[in-house]
Design a protein around this ligand. Structure first.
Ligand code: ADP
Length: 252
C-alpha cells in the first residue's frame, strides 16, 4: 500500500526479552494471577502473534512488555534496556521514542482532521510536528489524499489505517498491536495486517500482535499461545489448521 519505491534497510527493530514475568491483580482470596511466569524472546525484526483463550493473559502480557502496565515481578528488556527497572518518566520517554501502539479501538479524535490525529502524539509531547513525515506516514497507509478530512467520514478500515499512520509517525522500532483487526471485516483487516507485515519486512521493525484470529496470525512469523498466564506453545509459521488445532485444545 506504500507509494513509490521502498528499499529494504538494515533491521531497525529492537529485540525484547521477557523473563519470569508475573502479574497479579488484587489481593487475598480475590487475587488473579494473570501472568504466572512468562519466558519469551522476540527477535529484532520479527512479527509474532500472541494467541490464546479469552482471559488467558494476552493483553496483560502485551501491556507489560510494552511498558504500559507494570509487572508484579520478572524482567522485560528492550534491547539492552531493562524497562522494568526504569522510573515512570524515563519509561514514558523510551516508550515514545521506540514504540508504537495500535489497539482495536482506533482512538481517533473526531473533531480533528486525519493529519492532526497523526500529529497528535507529537503535539501532546510539545515536539515540533514535521508535516512532511505526517504526509509520508499517511501515504504509507494509502490515505494521503484524505488528510484534511475528519475521521468520521472514513470507513472503519481507513480509520484503523490512520491509527497505524499515527503509530508509524515516530518511526518506532517496536510496534505493539492488540486485536488491531478486531473491529474490521476480512478485507480491510487484511490491509492493516499487510501494513504491519511491511513494517517488519521493509523497515525491520519488531512487531508483537495479540489476536484471536488465525488468519491474522498467518501474517506473523511465529505464534505463541498463552493459556492461564503461561506460554504453552511456540510455533514457527504454523498453518491456520495447526493454529486452530492448538487453540481447540484450550478452553476458548
Ligand atoms: P486476555 O487478553 O487473554 O483476554 P487479559 O490479559 O485481559 O486476558 O486478562 C487476564 C486475566 O487477568 C483475566 O482473568 C482478567 O479478568 C484479569 N485482569 C485483567 N486486567 C485486570 C484488572 N485491571 N484488574 C483485575 N483483573 C484483571
Amino acid at each position: 500500500m506504500s507509494t513509490g519505491p521502498v528499499q529494504p534497510t538494515e533491521a531497525t527493530g529492537l529485540g525484547i526479552r521477557v523473563r519470569n514475568l508475573q502479574r497479579t491483580y488484587g489481593r487475598g482470596s480475590g487475587t488473579v494471577h494473570a501472568l504466572r511466569g512468562v519466558d519469551v524472546d522476540f527477535a529484532p525484526g520479527t512479527f509474532t502473534a500472541v494467541m490464546g483463550p479469552s482471559g488467558s493473559g494476552k493483553s496483560t502480557l502485551l501491556q507489560c512488555i510494552a511498558g504500559i502496565d507494570r509487572q508484579t515481578s520478572g524482567t522485560v528488556l528492550w534491547g539492552p534496556t531493562d524497562i522494568s527497572a526504569l522510573p515512570e518518566r524515563r519509561l514514558a520517554l523510551l516508550r515514545r521514542a521506540q514504540a508504537g501502539f495500535v489497539f482495536q479501538a482506533y482512538n481517533l479524535m473526531p473533531a480533528m482532521t486525519v493529519e492532526q490525529n497523526v500529529a497528535l502524539p507529537a503535539v501532546l509531547e510539545g515536539r515540533r510536528v514535521d508535516w512532511t513525515v505526517v504526509t509520508a506516514a499517511l501515504a504509507q497507509v494509502g490515505l494521503a489524499d484524505r488528510r484534511k478530512e475528519r475521521p468520521g467520514r472514513l470507513s472503519g478500515g481507513q480509520q484503523q489505517r490512520v491509527a497505524v499512520a499515527r503509530a508509524l509517525y515516530g518511526r518506532p522500532r517496536i510496534l505493539f498491536a492488540d486485536e488491531p483487526t478486531g473491529a474490521l471485516d476480512r478485507t480491510t483487516g487484511r490491509d492493516v495486517l499487510c501494513l504491519l507485515r511491511e513494517g517488519v519486512d521493509i523497515e525491520g521493525r519488531t512487531c508483537v500482535m495479540v489476536t484471536h484470529d488465525p488468519v491474522a496470525a498467518g501474517f506473523a512469523d511465529r505464534v505463541i499461545v498463552i493459556a492461564d498466564g503461561v506460554v504453552v506453545d511456540d510455533l514457527e509459521r504454523p498453518s491456520a489448521a495447526l493454529i486452530a488445532e492448538k487453540l481447540s485444545g484450550l478452553a476458548c
